[in-house]
Design a protein around this ligand. Sequence first.
Ligand code: AMP
Length: 332
Amino acid sequence: MREITVSGVRPTGKQHLGNYLGAVVNFVKMQDEYNGFFFIADLHSLTTHPKAADLQANVRQTLIEYLACGLDPDKCTLFAQSDLPQISELYLVFNMLAYLGELEKVPTFKDKVRDQPNNVNAGLLTYPVLMAVDILIHHAVKVPVGKDQMQHIEMTRNFGNRFNHIYGVAYFKEPFGFTYNDNPLSVPSLDGAGKMSKSKGENTVIYLADEPEVIRKKVMRAVSDSGPTEPNQAKPEMIQNLFDLMGLVSKADTLKHFGEQYNGCTIRYGDMKKQLAEDMVNYLAPIREKIKELSSDQNYLNKVLREGGEKARISAGKTVSEVREIIGLKSH
Ligand code: AMP
């Protein structure tokens, strides 16, 4: 039996190169090695009160992009979180096991309280409970997450163990965070600082669905400086970022070529960006084509969600009926 893994993504719109290389590529690898449950976390996204039509469209877009990146419904279980009513039921049970004090201490909750003081709803507070349920409901043992999510996995273990302890059972297994790499890849932003993130503005990210002309424009506008003045001088972050992006999408020879030009102070960033833009366009071409193809095939998308939901409901339904039995809820 293959180990079970679960991972979700909030349907917040289009995925960018950072999402792809940082997370989705790993899911694609994992589907061959694990019994993978990959879901679109539409219930989680309700904390921000999205408009109904936007939520629908974003769930579709996320599904399209997951499929375009290589997630294969024949190899994994791909579904929308809200298609499992069992999630909401188990969430209620686990809310009774989660203490206010421990939830209020969670750093991501504190960040939200600071960033959006006008919408500190109870769903934000219990976000780690819902996440624990997403994982425990399928008895997953490995959860591909970044460092910032490790605390949520620890809370998931605590909630599962607490359930076992209170009800005197050895029912839930302990899940652990998982990465393929000790040093997870960080895809740089086009604005010269830090990692690629939508929060820094539309022009600082390359979306998987961006048309070649859009990619060219964004890359040509990427922040750079006036160039090195001494041979072999250290690269400032904005320049290192361009080289790092090139390392992700260009051939080794290309990277070496511009590295030598930098060290010899002959580099022209316009040329480098032009090359980077072309390599980026080519790198993303197969995904972009697949996104277009899938976007016009609503029947197929419906089928994927319907069949994925059916498979996931079998796993979730079994857990919820066992939990009902364990905690003494019987149907009458
Ligand atoms: P977000 O949409 O920003 O919440 O990101 C979802 C996931 O995508 C994160 O948990 C990371 O695994 C991955 N990710 C996002 N941005 C980057 C980036 N710039 N570099 C690497 N991975 C990223």
